[in-house]
Design a protein around this ligand. Structure first.
Ligand SMILES: *[C@@H]1O[C@H](CO)[C@@H](O)[C@H](O)[C@H]1NC(C)=O
Ligand SMILES: *[C@@H]1O[C@H](CO)[C@@H](O)[C@H](O)[C@H]1NC(C)=O
Ligand SMILES: *[C@@H]1O[C@H](CO)[C@@H](O)[C@H](O)[C@H]1NC(C)=O
Ligand SMILES: *[C@@H]1O[C@H](CO)[C@@H](O)[C@H](O)[C@H]1NC(C)=O
Ligand SMILES: *[C@@H]1O[C@H](CO)[C@@H](O)[C@H](O)[C@H]1NC(C)=O
Length: 399
């Protein structure tokens, strides 16, 4: 991908054209750094392409190579006026964490007032939504951060082979805490973003309509049979791309357990907790604002089969028809969110939406007391950072 090393170089020197423009726009507070109002985060190329060649703005006006980004996606892209920037992290938790770190800690940006808009496709729980829908999360849960034993080697009393770290049974809260189990976002901002997205006309496909009709057989899957729209519900993160009713239900249960009953599992993807862990760390150093994060996932496929079908068919062979509408709806729903923020910048978004709920991680890193988990003090003990209790003998850790 072509890049503009000379731009980077000139940004580092005061007095570049951009520096002068930025200085004129943001005289004292933001100096010569790029200070986008919205930073769109995609995870792979098709999600990124959803934003290219659109009438509203040209994200390819500036390509800026940032050290630490993925070799596949080495550039941040920005509009002519640098109000909207965009990155592609690469897929899965490791790529998301390292790529977002490269940007969040880059000296080229001032991200203190930037809205991070994670916008990708995801699997969907047919109990909560259908393919093509845009799902806005309050919680992100790392559901596979658990022990795993193949079910064939477990006593029959176990409903799943996933067992929370430091516990003995699937329904016990983990007592060994890594800190990325759950992230909670600004619920009021989530509602505002979802309301913006409700103005979108959603794309759908004939194949998706045919496929989702199969779910009509079960009353618990009613949501799967509806036309795509906006749903406010939560996202699971797992590097493992799982499929099937049993794992779907197991991770639904994990979401409920980890969030103390508040989380509402409806989408599943491979990155969000990783992205959010970086933004907790950068926010704790006042480089970003954790109250300014929106996670939207559009549904590309169901996480479990329809009644009478199999998990392998659902994952490997079915034509669910949701992939294209999901990509298209990243743009259709997402552009409403981006433009809503830009239009309301002076009146509302520059100063921010003050969260009324707890935001952050299980440790209370950003202050406040989480409404999930064992409490910030106990979570720190359970992390093993403080070796106080007999819990140590439960820290069966690798690495
Ligand atoms: C930025 O990169 C894209 C390809 O990724 C290219 O189409 C576009 O022209 C580039 N922009 C500039 C200003 O070079
Ligand atoms: C991801 O974050 C969500 C909530 O933000 C949390 O519940 C979940 O446990 C996290 N998962 C991982 C693997 O970190
Ligand atoms: C999910 O939780 C319910 C209620 O506790 C339980 O009956 C079910 O077996 C669990 N499912 C899995 C797959 O763990
Ligand atoms: C409903 O599902 C059952 C299998 O669970 C299947 O045999 C039946 O044909 C389905 N009915 C309809 C109307 O799809
Ligand atoms: C969450 O649930 C666990 C047990 O499952 C409990 O120990 C903890 O106190 C609960 N946390 C909150 C904030 O309610």
């Amino acid at each position: 991908m072509p890049s503009l090393p000379s731009l980077v170089a000139s940004l580092l020197l005061a007095g570049s054209t951009f520096g002068a423009q930025a200085a004129a726009k943001e005289p004292s507070a933001h100096g010569h750094k790029m200070a986008p109002k919205v930073f769109i985060v995609s995870m792979f190329e098709p999600e990124g392409q959803a934003w290219w060649n659109i009438p509203e703005f040209n994200l390819l006006a500036h390509n800026i190579t940032i050290p630490g980004l993925s070799p596949l996606y080495p550039d941040v892209h920005c509009t002519e006026d640098y109000e909207v920037c965009h990155m592609i992290t690469g897929e899965s938790e490791i790529n998301a964490a390292t790529s977002v770190s490269a940007v969040a800690f880059s000296p080229l940006f001032d991200l203190t007032r930037t809205y991070f808009f994670v916008a990708g496709i995801a699997g969907v729980n047919p109990k909560r939504a259908t393919t093509g829908s845009a799902m806005f999360a309050r919680y992100a849960v790392q559901v596979a951060l658990q022990y795993e034993i193949d079910i064939r080697e477990l006593p029959q009393t176990y409903s799943t082979g996933y067992i929370p770290l430091g516990s003995d049974f699937p329904d016990q809260y983990p007592t060994s805490i890594y800190g990325t189990e759950v992230f909670e976002l600004n619920a009021d901002l989530r509602s505002i973003a979802a309301d913006f997205a409700r103005h979108a006309r959603f794309s759908d496909s004939a194949a998706a309509q045919v496929y989702r009709a199969h779910y009509a057989n079960s009353s618990e899957y009613h949501a799967a049979t509806l036309a795509p729209g906006v749903v406010e519900c939560d996202v699971a993160t797992s590097d493992v791309y799982y499929s099937g009713s049993i794992l779907g239900t197991a991770f639904e249960n994990t979401t409920t357990l980890f969030t103390n009953g508040t989380g509402d599992y409806c989408s599943t993807a491979q990155e969000d907790n990783a992205t959010l862990e970086v933004l907790v760390r950068s926010s704790s150093h006042k480089l970003t604002d954790f109250a300014r994060i929106i996670v939207m996932r559009t549904a590309s496929d169901f996480d479990r089969p329809y009644p009478g079908s199999s998990a392998t068919y659902n994952l490997l062979y079915s034509d669910q028809g949701g992939f294209e509408p999901a990509l298209e709806n990243i743009y259709r729903a997402g552009i409403q969110v981006v433009q809503g923020i830009l239009r309301g910048w002076d009146a509302t978004f520059a100063k921010g939406i003050k969260p009324r709920n707890y935001i952050g991680d299980i440790f209370g890193t950003l202050g406040g007391e989480p409404d999930f988990g064992p409490g910030s003090a106990q979570a720190l003990v359970d992390s093993g950072a403080f070796k106080k209790r007999s819990v140590n003998d439960r820290l069966r850790r690798r690495g």
